[in-house]
Structure formats: structure tokens, C-alpha cells
Design a binder for this molecule. Structure first.
Ligand code: FES
Length: 212
């Protein structure tokens, strides 16, 4: 599906938010990705045209950040953190289980277009390691079995609630939120007592001589 006239108008709206229009490129690319499920040549050319920069400049940005995909993602992006903390606590086993359950591998989409798998780096949620993300929403403290169950439920079209975040929608909807963040979904709780435990202890036991 090519970039729609509506999306093109919304890109201009995003560009108008910034004193320097080219600062809008990152959310514009997310909007392009929400339209086409990937960053396509059409998406790159549209961003370049709206911002008055070259397609090469847009491509340089789109290929630098791993959240922009040149291959179509499909319905759900599944990330499994395999960085140090998650890896030590079972992230690799979660990854193996997800690969076995879907038949896909790193940076590939299942033949039915349901899941795109990615081994991801630290998501700054190590307190809840091992962590899986679905369309960039957190699934905390997963096990191989619970991760596969989440995929099964998504495949059956059942409602899946992120551990700290909204009900899972789909990849394109998340990409739209990254372009237009004021959709009210940020009100979902994003931290919990476990994540704040260290801060609580630090406040209860201030380091001697620490400046107030
Ligand atoms: S290592 Fe996985 S969230 Fe930090």
C-alpha cells in the first residue's frame, strides 16, 4: 500500500511541530512504517519530499536505527532480549522456544505474516528479566512456556495485556503511536514496586556525606 494522501498531510503536521523541520524525520519514519509495515522506497521518497531533503539523507537515518525495518514486519513484532541480564536469567531459552514455536528466525517473518522475530538488546527492564516485547510493549519475567503461550493467544486473536502497558494492538498501531504519542495509552502503569525497590532502599539509607 503506497503512502496515502492522509499520511502525507500528517507528515506535514509532524514537521510543523519542530523549529527545524528535518528534526521530524524520526516520527515521520514511524508514520511511514505504520502505513506500509516497513520503510519502503515510497516512504523514503515521501519523507524526503515533505522535508525538502534528499532520499539519501532519509535512507542514512532509516538504515542507522534498528527500529526501522526494510522488510515487512507482519502483524506483530516479537522481541526477545538476549543481553546480559536477560540472557543469564533465561532469555536464550525463551528465544529458542519462540523460534521453535514459530519456525521463524532472527529478523524474519513467519510465512503467515503473523510474527516478526528479533533478538533485541537491553530494553532497560532488567529488573523483570527475561523480557520479551510484543509490538514494543513489555512482557515481563517470561519463561519459555509463558512466551509461547502469549504467541498462541495472539494467533488465536485473544486479548493480551502487556505487563506494564496497554492491551496489545498490532505493530502498525504501535508505529502510529510513535508518530503521534498523545493517544492516552501512556497512562498505563510503566513502573512497579519491584522496579522502584532500589530507589526506596537508597532513600532509606542515604550514603554518609552525600549532598542533600
Ligand atoms: S538485559 Fe534484558 S532488559 Fe536489560
Amino acid at each position: 500500500m503506497p503512502i496515502s494522501d492522509q499520511a502525507r498531510a500528517q507528515m506535514r503536521e509532524i514537521a510543523a511541530r519542530y523549529p527545524s523541520a528535518r528534526s521530524a524525520l524520526l516520527p515521520m519514519l514511524h508514520l511511514a512504517q505504520s502505513e506500509e509495515d516497513a520503510i519502503t522506497t515510497d516512504g523514503i521518497n515521501t519523507c524526503a519530499e515533505v522535508l525538502g531533503i534528499t532520499p539519501a539523507e532519509v535512507t542514512a537515518v532509516a538504515t542507522f536505527y534498528t527500529m526501522y525495518k526494510r522488510e515487512r514486519v507482519g502483524k506483530h513484532h516479537i522481541g526477545v532480549c538476549i543481553n546480559t541480564m536477560c540472557g543469564l536469567l533465561g532469555g536464550d531459552a525463551v528465544w529458542d522456544a519462540v523460534v521453535d514455536a514459530t519456525g521463524a528466525s532472527h529478523n524474519t517473518t513467519t510465512p503467515d505474516g503473523e510474527f516478526f522475530l528479533e533478538r533485541i538488546e537491553c530494553q532497560a527492564a532488567c529488573t523483570h528479566a527475561p523480557v520479551m516485547t510484543v509490538d514494543w510493549e513489555f512482557m515481563d519475567d517470561v519463561t519459555p512456556a509463558s512466551a509461547v503461550e502469549i504467541l498462541d493467544r495472539l494467533r488465536r486473536g485473544e486479548q493480551v495485556q502487556a505487563t506494564r502497558g496497554p492491551v496489545i494492538r498490532d505493530f502498525e498501531a504501535t508505529e502510529r503511536t510513535l508518530a503521534f504519542p498523545d493517544d492516552g495509552l501512556a497512562d498505563a502503569p510503566s513502573v512497579d514496586d519491584k522496579m522502584l525497590a532500589g530507589l526506596k532502599i537508597a532513600r532509606e539509607h542515604p550514603i554518609e556525606g552525600e549532598n542533600a
